[in-house]
Ligand binder design. Structure first.
Ligand code: SF4
Length: 342
């Protein structure tokens, strides 16, 4: 719940408005998991809260750890649905990749989540639960090696902007002073480029944005990502041109590389042309085999060649290190236990 939601709760229970702030403080700053622990709230009010609400913190039903330290958590999303979160430790950082939907409507050809079809939207509570239930804690000033979350990426199951209201609410809770008080610079929302929600996200928040591009050949993109038809990349790029990504806010273009599909010089040139003068960085991502998908990862050499062409043309490009492949936690592999892993 946001502070406004909690003020509604306080009103409903006949409590003064300031109690809403106290509840937020107990839940988000002090991380209590029962009303009983809310020491400055009267016994009567605690009793009423207990009767009418739950704190809603549920532990993951399962977790699996990769040889590289990446941990995948499986959460019950109700109605027989399960969603996954992936925690990726990396030196002084610990990034949590959260899900926003059970399954996904976007049906990208190369994605295990897309193969599940759409099962339902997660509530802001279910999104926040993935974050607050982590066995590691988050702090306000940045994580450290004692195991504190430093970054959140909305790159798990689902298209975040297709569940925009709840995702926006979760961002509000994460970044508000009464909530977790995180800087928006620690949050990235990844999208296929769903319009007009992308514009609203850019206008209403200061979070980083990642766009799943994957190919600048628009006909090819449409054949692999049906979303291209409804939200053409050309329109997405045009919108992005009107925002400033040269300062604190970062724009990333995600590009999964497939052998013989989008890994040649011509595709590199198309991508350079698409980017034009837009300030952004390109993340080149290794593809991980998805059952039933007839695509293969591009070779290391091709990936390096592709990166070099982009860099030579002044486009910042890096090859993203792949994490958690052995537990099916890598990009595009999340299918809530429906994959090949035993
Ligand atoms: S890649 Fe993202 S948007 Fe596409 S089907 Fe998978 S989860 Fe949905």
């Amino acid at each position: 719940m946001t502070l406004t939601d909690l003020e509604g709760v306080a009103k409903q229970g006949g409590m003064p408005r300031f109690v809403a702030k106290q509840i937020a403080d107990w839940i988000y700053a002090k991380r209590v998991t029962s009303f009983d622990e809310m020491a400055n709230i009267s016994k009567k009010n605690k009793g009423w809260l207990e009767e009418n609400f739950v704190i809603g913190r549920e532990k993951p039903v399962r977790s699996s750890k990769s040889a590289d330290g990446t941990v995948k958590y499986l959460f019950d999303a109700g109605g027989g649905n399960r969603v996954e979160s992936v925690m990726i430790p990396d030196k002084e950082r610990a990034t949590l990749c959260v899900s926003s939907q059970a399954g996904c409507k976007m049906n990208c050809y190369f994605c295990a989540t897309g193969k599940l079809g759409f099962r339902g939207n997660l509530t802001a509570a279910q999104i926040m639960n993935q974050i607050l239930s982590m066995p590691i804690r988050m702090n306000k000033t940045g994580g450290n090696e004692q195991g504190e979350l430093t970054n959140i990426v909305f790159m798990g199951m689902g298209e975040p902007l297709d569940n925009f209201t709840e995702v926006l609410k979760a961002i509000e809770i994460l970044t508000s002073p009464w909530g977790l008080a995180w800087s928006p610079k620690r949050i990235t929302v990844s999208t296929v480029g769903k319009l007009p929600q992308l514009k609203e996200l850019l206008d209403k928040t200061a979070v980083h944005v990642a766009i799943s591009v994957h190919t600048a050949d628009l006909a090819q993109r449409e054949s692999m990502m049906p979303a291209q038809k409804a939200f053409p990349l050309q329109s997405v790029m045009k919108l992005l041109q009107s925002y400033d990504f040269s300062g604190q806010r970062r724009l990333t273009l995600e590009y999964i590389m497939w052998r013989g599909v989008n890994d040649d010089v011509a595709h590199a040139n198309m991508l350079i042309k698409l980017i034009g003068s837009l300030e952004c960085r390109v993340n080149l991502i290794r593809f991980h085999k998805v059952p039933g998908v007839d695509l293969h990862p591009a070779s290391e050499d091709r990936m390096m060649m592709f990166r070099n062409i982009l860099n030579e043309h002044g486009v910042k490009a890096t090859i993203r290190a792949s994490r958690g492949e052995d537990i099916e936690a890598a990009c595009g592999m999340l299918a809530a236990g429906k994959g090949t892993q035993k």
